[in-house]
Write a protein that binds this ligand. Structure first.
Ligand SMILES: [Zn+2]
Length: 91
């Protein structure tokens, strides 16, 4: 447990494959963060922002995330831009 989140670090198995098969370092589902390695401070802040997004929009996060990913891709995805500090969706 860290900062009220369950952090699962794995370097093997299905969870590791789920994270890395698209080139990600970590994936967040609600308050559960699955990471392919011990997260750096920057990665931790990024994933914690995704947790805050889940807290704001609940389970709508998943379909909205996928919809924006299909429409815009990763780099201009509003949730990713928000998590990276490039553009805030909410305070
Ligand atoms: Zn992200």
């Amino acid at each position: 447990m860290r900062d009220g989140c369950f952090l699962y670090v794995t370097d093997r198995g299905l969870a590791h494959l789920l994270v890395t098969m698209r080139g990600y370092a970590a994936i967040t589902f609600g308050h559960v963060i699955i990471s392919a390695r011990e997260p750096s401070d920057g990665l931790w802040l990024h994933e914690r922002r995704h947790v805050e997004q889940y807290e704001r929009i609940g389970l709508a996060f998943i379909p909205l995330y996928l919809w924006f990913m299909l429409r815009r891709g990763y780099r201009t995805h509003p949730f990713e831009r928000d998590a990276s500090g490039a553009a805030r969706l909410f305070d």
